[in-house]
Design a protein around this ligand. Sequence first.
Ligand SMILES: *Cc1c(COP(=O)(O)O)cnc(C)c1O
Length: 340
Amino acid sequence: MTIDLRSDTVTKPSKDMLDAMHQAPVGDDVFQEDPSINALESFAAGMFGKEKALFCPSGTMTNQIAIRCHTQPGDEVICDELSHVYQYEGGGIASNSGASVKLLQGDRGRITASMVESSIHNPDDIHKPVSRLVVLENTANRGGGSCYAFNDILEIGNVARQHGLSFHIDGARLFNALVAKGETALQYGEAFDTISICLSKGLGAPVGSLLLGDDGFIKKARRIRKVFGGGMRQVGSLAAAGFYALQHNIDRLSTDHAHAKAIEAILKEKSFVKEVVPVETNIVIAECMPGFNLSAFISSMSNKGVLFFAISPTRFRMVTHLDIHADMINQLDDSLKQYN
Ligand SMILES: *Cc1c(COP(=O)(O)O)cnc(C)c1O
């Protein structure tokens, strides 16, 4: 049995999800005539209390469309240095939007209102780019699945609003944060101008992300989605997978979090592990002792069917998801027995 802890993107659609996909009515979504896409978009918009939603192939696309809609070339986007929008979207902020980036050094991917406030340029200073957009990420991927305190989000939102900046959240794993912190989608809908959520991470759909915002924003976003090549046709079966995920796979994220905690406890007992970054959701990051041969460890574990990645020469990451079951955690424990 393979235990694939490389990412929560590796999940396969369940039988029930496949049934829902098979039964979905479809139409041409560029004409906005796909009933399953329309149903998903209005359901998701309702969850967050937003006027509209837009289905896109990936979270990279929803983030990049949002950045493009909020900025003009030369404007500045404020985000943490570990942000997905900066680190893992191929330089898209520059190439898609011609915008510059102000990177802040937050705590495990989380920035604060005072950091944001002090990074906003005087709009009358013609030497400076125009500060236009603040992007947060929750949970923070490179932060090891860390969650914001909701009050910090509100404070950052207030600073953004006072200075006329837009406020976007990369919520690829927002539902992990909601479940971990007991927060609601509506709170986030109220706090942010625009929201990106992924259906293909912990929620277990094979593909798809949603961008949420008000009517005017989504109109603009629909145009940019077309420009980016993301206008798709009879994709209602993909929407049905996402709809199924939103209806059935949110509450169970607490199981993934419990499994990640169990992995944290196992790793903490190992002498080759120097430190485990405190687990908050479904991502476990461990730092190895100096001199430990991490790449040999990863390939030896891979031979035993346990897959995960190094994220630096001394750190590795394990991610739990809906295809990781309790018996696999026990098997992981067994596979690690030879390491004290
Ligand atoms: C996965 C991820 C995305 C989107 O990735 P895609 O593979 O393009 O769907 C965006 N933000 C974060 C934090 C992510 O982890």
